[in-house]
Design a protein around this ligand. Structure first.
Ligand code: PLP
Length: 415
């Protein structure tokens, strides 16, 4: 078949088949746009169908007996996903350069299930001190109760990471940049140390998405996304994904998810798949808007510091520049301490910025990072007001007008 006769989605599959071809034929933006089922296999229809299912029936008892107990080999039962789930998993695998991807009901579930899949009582988990709040809560409440030892390391530890390993370290859990303080981890250094210690490395890569950082290409074993955020992009679903390079890791994670009965809704899988199509253009705009807002914040006398690794004077800049292809819309702003009165004046009457958790959608958000980050291995300046900003897709001039009004209200009650 001549190349231009191949339905375009099929080209991506063909590319994946050519394992020997080292060169990346298609760029990530193209993969995000086109990854999915072959239109030629579904009457030419471009998008995956939404299959809702619990029961799957078989034509004969022989076929029923032969059904695989494998998540991916066939649709077996609704809990393990339908063709809609698998279409999304395939598309994400292509984007992550993964052998397999498991879809979960949320990013929280993805982090918990992936970490638990490799741990037993008596094992040691080494986690970055900057991991997302609910991930840390899972470690502290559930994993500790199940007999796992946990220690945290300073995300800026660098080479010293070697001294953090114990004889029983099985898992290293990363998130870069960190939630709230946006520290960058030197991932290749950690990966090398983990490999030497025989530990599995996992990363929550929600901030960068595989468009801007592909952890598996850098030697990380497991790449996790809260699909609730940028994959969906529209603040209307909950979803998670876990991508791996090795079949045996996949089997372990999929068994963990199956035994805990974790499953994502096919409708949500469809929406996340749809979101992937515009991921590249959205990310570009999120990044642009973040930079525009940062420029403005930096000029305000109350702003002590901006936390965003794509800024030249950020301590994480060199690592970000070396390893990442872009930055997203989430950053931190440190203000000099606000009274409760000033905080109310600032946050209570925003007209465009929403005051709410989560991020990665089309809308801009602004929240106080409260309670203060829980850290044991890295210092936090208690004397500042930390604000987490998500730059959405609005016109930045309107966002800046909203911020100008917020600062004016704050100044009026402070002076
Ligand atoms: C939101 C978030 C999660 C949790 O994802 P949900 O889909 O909301 O459960 C995990 N990690 C990071 C970095 C997040 O921002």
């Amino acid at each position: 078949m001549k190349a231009d006769n191949i339905p375009y989605t099929d080209i991506i599959d063909d590319q994946k088949d050519q394992k020997s071809a080292k060169k990346e034929v298609l760029k990530r933006a193209t993969i995000a746009t086109h990854g999915g089922p072959r239109p030629s296999e579904q009457a030419g229809m471009l998008n995956p169908p939404v299959y809702r299912a619990s029961t799957v029936v078989y034509p004969t008892v022989e076929a029923y007996k032969r059904r695989h107990d494998g998540y991916y080999d066939d649709v077996i039962y609704g809990l393990y996903g339908t063709k809609t789930t698998f279409a999304l998993a395939d598309a994400i695998s292509k984007l992550e350069n993964a052998s397999d991807t498991l879809i979960t009901s949320s990013g929280t579930a993805a982090n918990a299930l992936a970490a638990a899949a490799f741990l037993s009582a008596g094992d040691h988990l080494l986690a970055a001190d900057c991991v997302y709040g609910t991930t840390r809560k899972f470690f502290e409440t559930i994993l500790k109760r199940f007999g796992v030892e946990i220690t945290y390391f300073n995300p800026r530890i660098g080479d010293e990471i070697r001294t953090e390993f114990r004889r029983n370290t099985r898992v290293v859990f990363l998130e870069s940049p960190g939630s709230q303080l946006f520290e960058m981890i030197d991932i290749p250094v950690v990966v090398e140390a983990a490999r030497a210690a025989g530990a599995v490395t996992l990363i929550d890569n929600t901030w960068a998405t595989p468009l801007y950082y592909r952890p598996l290409d850098h030697g990380v074993d497991v790449s996790i996304q809260s699909g609730t955020k940028y994959f969906s992009g529209h603040s209307d679903i909950m979803l998670g994904s876990i991508s791996v390079r090795s079949r045996s890791h996949f089997e372990q994670i999929k068994d963990m998810a199956g035994r805990w009965g974790n499953s994502a809704s096919p409708d949500d899988c469809y929406l996340a798949h749809r979101g992937l199509r515009t991921l590249d253009v959205r990310m570009e705009r999120h990044q642009q808007n973040a930079l525009r807002l940062i420029e403005w914040f930096a000029r305000q006398p109350e702003v002590a510091r901006i936390r965003y690794p794509a800024l030249k004077d950020d301590p994480g800049y060199d690592v970000w520049r070396r390893d990442y292809a872009g930055a997203s819309g989430l950053f931190g702003v440190e203000l000099s301490r606000m009274s409760d009165h000033a905080a109310s004046a600032f946050f209570d009457h925003l007209s465009l910025f929403g005051l709410g958790s989560s991020w990665g959608g089309y809308e801009s958000l602004l929240v106080p990072a409260w309670p203060k980050p829980v850290r044991v291995a890295s210092a936090v300046d208690e004397d500042c007001e930390l604000i987490r900003v998500h730059a959405g897709l609005e016109d930045p001039a309107d966002l800046i007008a909203d911020l100008e009004a917020a600062f004016a209200r704050m100044r009026a009650v402070t002076s």
